[in-house]
Write a protein that binds this ligand. Structure first.
Ligand code: PMP
Length: 453
């Protein structure tokens, strides 16, 4: 089918809510045809693109992995479907849960397998409520998250997502959903150096818990590095301090590692690098590297024991979905994890961190770039119209859309957040030559947009 006909059908029939908000005509929709040779995409006009965003921060092992395709095909032939909703199991789902238990920090030994990250966050909310019911504290129903955080777009989870576009028109955040400020060192709403930022964050959490009532708060949700809020990298030590504070405050600590999991920030999980063992952890994206949909909610022995065995009469654990523990997705996840561990993908991602960091750092010389930040292969540059004043561009300029379109023309895919932050999440199989092309194409893109401004 011709590219024009496909776009016409897309416009008439396929809903892209976020693109529609931005204006279909303004941003346009692009039809991708192939993902190949690890890091390359081709659209249906034959245009080749270097994918510096791993799809939507998920294709960590890269495109064109035949062994992943074979794992899916073999499982489809053998047993294409079994639900984890009731008491059926399937070998891949069981083996995956055991593998995740082996990899995850602390006693996160129990997994509920979902369709993606939003479902994992929703499961966390519902099962935390069950946990407090089962332990005789049903009044603990308030949740605290972090400004600029993203925890999915489901009806309830979107209230923990602290981005206004996800609230508009809905009654979220719900009365039991609250936020504390983001760390955001570049603009630093908290003030002071790293130690001060951490202390202020802990103080903000304590104050929020006191305001709600210590006996009412169920859990604190955070991303080890905030992704969709603009790749906001907290100071090292922040995660551990927040974890410890949750323990003291007697609230559950939930690490949302949907983006940061599976090598994105270096280690298998970002919590690992900071010696943090959460009570619950949400995963998706890199779990299957985007080849098929799947997420996971992991819980500690203590949380699991309370809901598995301690459910008092009259409290049902009603949670599940048709596709929980899908055997094909689980088979894919097992193969993807094998690639991370045994084919050197995780190690390559770690080895490439300095190359990525140096490339980002060099971008600071550009007149448009006010800040660069990264952890592992998760990074961003922040654009400013005045470096000294850290002044953001007037949103009316539509800079982000212009950069995206110009980048696309130059054969580069990245992501923009708001009108001034460009995000990068290259596949963990990126090599030095790919990074060279990424930064050359990015520099050309910024120059062209600057010239036209
Ligand atoms: N949590 C985080 C930290 C995420 O980044 C995302 C997705 N970007 C989600 C949850 C939701 O995941 P999904 O889009 O798979 O529903």
């Amino acid at each position: 089918m011709s590219a024009e006909s496909l776009l016409a059908l897309d416009r008439n029939h396929l809903i892209h809510p976020v693109a529609a908000w931005r204006g279909h005509e303004q941003r346009g929709v692009t039809v991708l045809e192939t993902g190949h040779d690890g890091v390359w995409l081709r659209d249906n006009t034959g245009h080749e693109l270097l994918d510096a965003f791993a799809g939507l921060w998920c294709v960590n092992v890269g495109y064109g992995r035949d062994s992943v395709v074979e794992a899916a095909a073999a499982q489809m032939r053998k047993l294409p479907y079994a639900t984890g909703y009731f008491s059926f199991g399937s070998e891949p789902a069981i083996r995956l849960a055991a593998k995740l238990a082996e990899l995850a920090p602390g006693t996160l030994n129990h997994s509920y397998l979902t369709l993606g990250g939003s479902e994992a966050v929703d499961a966390a909310i519902r099962l935390i409520v069950q946990y407090y019911n089962a332990t005789g504290r049903p009044q603990k129903k308030h949740f605290i998250a972090v400004e600029r955080g993203y925890h999915g777009s489901s009806s309830v989870g979107s209230g923990l997502t602290a981005l206004p576009a996800f609230h508009r028109g809905f009654d979220v955040p719900l009365p039991n959903q609250h936020y504390i400020p983001s760390t955001y060192p570049y603009r630093n709403p908290l003030g002071g150096d790293d130690a001060a930022i951490i202390a202020e964050s802990v103080a903000a959490l304590r104050a929020k818990v006191a305001e709600i009532g210590a006996d009412q708060v169920a859990a604190f949700f955070c991303e080890p590095v905030q992704g969709s809020g603009g790749v906001v990298v907290p100071p090292k030590g922040w995660l551990k301090a927040m974890r410890e504070a949750c323990r003291e405050l007697d609230i559950l600590f939930v690490a949302d590692e949907v983006i940061t999991g599976f090598g994105r920030t270096g280690p298998m999980f970002a919590c690992e690098a900071e010696g943090v063992a959460p009570d619950l952890m949400t995963l998706a994206k890199g779990l299957t590297s985007g080849y098929v949909p799947m997420g996971a909610l992991m819980m500690s022995d203590a949380v699991y024991a309370a809901i598995a065995d301690g459910t008092p009469a009259g409290v049902t654990v009603g949670h599940g979905a048709t596709y929980s523990g899908h055997p094909v997705a689980a088979a894919v996840a097992l193969e993807v994890i094998r690639l991370y561990e045994e084919e050197g993908i995780l190690a390559n991602g770690q080895a490439m961190e300095p190359v990525f960091a140096a490339g980002l750092q060099a971008m600071l010389d550009h007149p448009l770039v006010g800040d660069v930040r990264h952890r592992g292969l998760l990074g961003a540059i922040e654009l400013v119209s005045d470096k000294a004043a850290k002044r953001a561009f007037d949103p009316a300029l539509g800079l982000a859309d212009r950069l995206f379109r110009t980048g696309y023309r130059n054969g580069l895919i990245f992501r923009s957040f708001g009108d001034h932050i460009l995000g990068f999440a290259p596949a963990l199989c990126f090599g030095p030559d790919h990074f060279e092309q990424l930064f050359a194409r990015l520099k050309r893109t910024l120059d062209e947009v600057l010239d036209a401004a």
